[in-house]
Design a protein around this ligand. Sequence first.
Ligand code: NAD
Length: 495
Amino acid sequence: MTIQATASSVPVLIGGNWENLSADEYTDVYNPSTGEVIAQTPHCRSGDVGRAIKAASKAFETWSVTPVTKRGNLMFRFRELLVEHAEELTWLICKENGKTFDEAKGDLARGMETVEFACGIAHLSKGEGLGQVAAHIDAVTTREPLGVCAGITPFNFPAMIPLWMFPLAIATGNTFVLKPSPKVPLTVNRFGELFLEAGFPEGVLNIVQGGKEVVETLCEHPDIKGISFVGSSRIAKQVYSLGCQHGKRVQAAGEAKNVLLVMPDADVDTTVRAIIGSAFGCAGQRCMAGSLLMGIGDIGEVKDHLLGALSDLSLGNTSEDQQVGMGPVIDGHSRNRLLKVIEDTDGAGRNPIVRDGRQSLPDSGFFVGPTLIDQVTPDQDLFKTELFGPILSVMNPSSLDEAVDWMNRLPYGNGASIFTQSGGAAREFARTIQCGMVGVNIGVPAPPPLFPFAGWNNSFFGDLHMQGTEGVQFYTRQKVVLSRWDNTYKRVNGW
Ligand code: NAD
């Protein structure tokens, strides 16, 4: 955190205008591959957030009565612009987040799927009707927008997570105030430019920047009706409590500790490929990253193949080189925190470090190499705590039942995957595991936008998840109209 802006300051979008604020506080935006500061994010004050909410409230007056087909058509246009600018956006994600080119492409592609989902809003937001619920009375429900909604997003998916929120909220007739992570504000601002270019009216999407003060203002402001949050569980819980206390709908997704369970009959090649993608893709900074590898019986062959593949994984500058195998973590704080976990584990001498991510790191940037820690047990912090980096802990339960028992002791409930050729084992696993997203021979069981992103326990606070029909329900409320039309007109008019 610095006090004065030196690199270019990131503008905010209020009522269709881009403004350069002079703030008291800024967050440095890094290129994590090099450690260079590429921009600075100003922290808005409550007054700036209030102006954005006011602009959104004004826009709501006309946007909420804009025909649904027109809303859908503008969303199609936004989608086309995202396609047109996909390569530029992908490099921007690499630059501000450190993802590899393919990972950044995936971030954008998954986000665009949500935009495509939102394009079908006319069909998605249809209500229900039932004729003759009583004599001469018909009942019809419609889905009405809430008003101004807000989105607060984390650093790890600069494209996908903001796109989980504002397209669906806006397609359903709401207006929106988005606050991205101050660590990755650039992709979201580019979305803001393309959104205006698509023809959405001024004030429908507003973008503010900052941290705690902005978030608290959004949670407390009487004109905000719904809040979508994604980030750490501590802040998710705070946002949920504060938002609910102020009478808002809140959906708040938090941390995770996801398990990859390898059964003795698992196909080694498929499993190893999935483990690498899940545990080390995006440098382990995914809420669906597998961070606990449980093996039933002897998984020596899987471990050997895994170690071989990890030694081929090249670390490098993802903002320039499309072929890099693994990128950096987000900033120096994360790097030091993760290196300390490895150092402490090494110092304690309890768990063998089969692969040590402190070795052969690039000279600059925030790199941590892939790390494998063996013989972890359920009493250890390595089991319970989300590390959010490329560190995989290996555990050896004696049976499927014991593995499930261990997993169900975790405080979170995002994802878990099983690798097996046995339908029976897969079914038993899927039925008994206490989490919301289950993979069978899939490393990252993140559902496509037609389905909810269904975290449980401390991975989600709220009732309705993001994505899918739950997403549509979250951003709308139902109105039930009961109409009585009898035959009086015959008697009165003689028709
Ligand atoms: P974070 O909690 O630090 O930040 C998330 C958002 O909250 C940011 O916009 C940030 O500016 C804001 N914020 C930070 N401190 C705040 C405070 N004291 N008061 C109010 N707002 C505050 O999370 P992060 O480090 O950006 O993201 C990583 C976390 O997000 C991981 O824990 C990861 O598991 C989680 N995540 C969860 C999902 C999911 O769907 N469950 C998806 C992606 C990431």
